[in-house]
Design a protein around this ligand. Structure first.
Ligand SMILES: *Cc1c(COP(=O)(O)O)cnc(C)c1O
Length: 377
């Protein structure tokens, strides 16, 4: 027998999360998650799932039937899109202007497909002209994949224009909306997006671990006409949807849904619907402007040019001679405040201040500015 370890219950402090995610969770969402667990085929739970699907459709602004939440984080949503839609040997144009575009490229390679990379400098948006040139040069390409809101740099790409190009060249689009959903304008049906995924822990301010996903009718057609089975059993949408749709009132077991986490997502999306999507987009922008004014007063400079700056992810250069890790450690220790470190090419060079979901509010902005001012002096 191994001796039994004795620990006290884990009681984390209440931090203020202003990094790249997870963001501050709504108190109502934490309360929802603590409600009694029911069976994942309980008729009451199934009713909640139907509402959850409508709420995800609202957040994405889509009528897509194939809309659900993957029982895993945003990275699994990314993988869901690639493994279901892309077949070995197919060509995918991948836009890379930060960490997550590079991960999309790796997904393409892992499904045995061919990635044609369109590179844009870190901190800049995806360039539609470069994308059009790649679409012209690769008439056999089947997909264009890009990140709407690059969390590693804070750059927003023009999803509407990019998706219009995709349609014009007869391809399907795969869009990463992990950080954009709920924080900036996003209209899946109007912009003609074919496959999209997000994450629960960024602008939805839900607990981490779920990924809303939606496929257009054209993407569903592509999935139906596959010549090879989806190599991932767990992420195979044709199997998962038997659980997420109550065809003839019957759902079948695929995997045990993360019951309590889905209560949490239901509550966070319900709060988003109550606020109204457009009001939420405006609140993120308003809080960004307040933060920007304060950061500029402190002499801090943004990584991204104003026209393509994400309101919910503010990447700023670390001032000359300032100890990156020491500042972030003091913010955490003295103010219970978490801001993000730089990622990839911006590691050690930038901080990332998130204003996501419940975190995008005046008191957070004020605390962050005061704490930065005190620590930097
Ligand atoms: C956070 C993030 C992901 C990954 O999501 P996880 O929930 O961490 O797996 C993917 N893409 C973007 C743009 C992100 O910001």
């Amino acid at each position: 027998m191994l001796p039994a370890p004795h620990f006290s219950a884990f009681n984390p402090p209440r931090r203020i999360l202003m990094g790249p995610g997870p963001s501050d969770v709504y108190p109502e969402v934490l309360a929802a998650q603590a409600r009694p667990t029911v069976g994942h085929l309980d008729p009451l739970f199934v009713g909640m799932m139907d509402e959850l699907k409508s709420l995800i459709q609202y957040a994405f602004q889509t009528k897509n039937e194939m809309t659900m939440a993957v029982s895993a984080p945003g990275s699994a949503g990314m993988e869901t899109c690639f493994v279901n839609l892309v077949e070995p040997g197919e060509k995918v144009i991948v836009c890379r202007n930060g960490v997550f575009g590079e991960r999309m490229r790796q997904n393409v390679e892992r499904v045995g497909a061919i990635a044609v990379v369109v590179d844009n400098e870190w901190g800049t948006p995806v360039d539609p002209a470069a994308v059009e040139a790649a679409l012209k040069a690769n008439p056999d390409a089947k997909f264009l994949a890009f990140v709407h809101a690059e969390t590693s740099t804070g750059a927003l790409s023009d999803a509407k224009t990019l998706c219009a190009l995709v349609k014009q060249y007869g391809c399907l689009s795969i869009v990463d909306a992990v950080t954009s959903l709920g924080g900036v304008e996003l209209r899946v049906d109007e912009w003609g997006i074919d496959a999209i995924y997000s994450g629960s822990q960024k602008c939805l301010s839900c607990v981490p671990g779920l990924s809303p996903v939606s496929f257009s009718p054209a993407a569903v057609e592509k999935l139906k006409n596959r010549k090879t089975p989806v190599q991932s059993w767990f992420l195979d949408q044709s199997l998962v949807m038997a659980y997420w749709t109550s065809a003839g009132g019957k759902r079948s077991y695929h995997h045990t849904a993360p019951v309590n986490a889905l209560y949490a997502l239901h509550e966070s999306l319900r709060l988003l619907a109550e606020e109204g999507l457009e009001n939420a987009w405006k609140r993120h922008q308003d809080m960004h402007l307040v933060l920007r004014a304060g950061l500029e007063k402190l002499g801090l400079k943004f990584v991204v040019a104003e026209a393509s700056r994400l309101p919910q992810l503010n990447a700023i250069y670390i001032p000359e001679g300032v100890d990156d890790a020491a500042v972030r450690a003091r913010l955490l220790k003295d103010y219970n405040l978490e801001i993000g470190a730089g990622l990839g090419a911006l590691a050690g060079k930038a901080w990332r201040i998130g204003l996501m979901g419940f975190g995008a509010r005046r008191e957070n902005v004020a605390l962050c500015l005061r704490a930065l001012e005190e620590v930097l002096n």
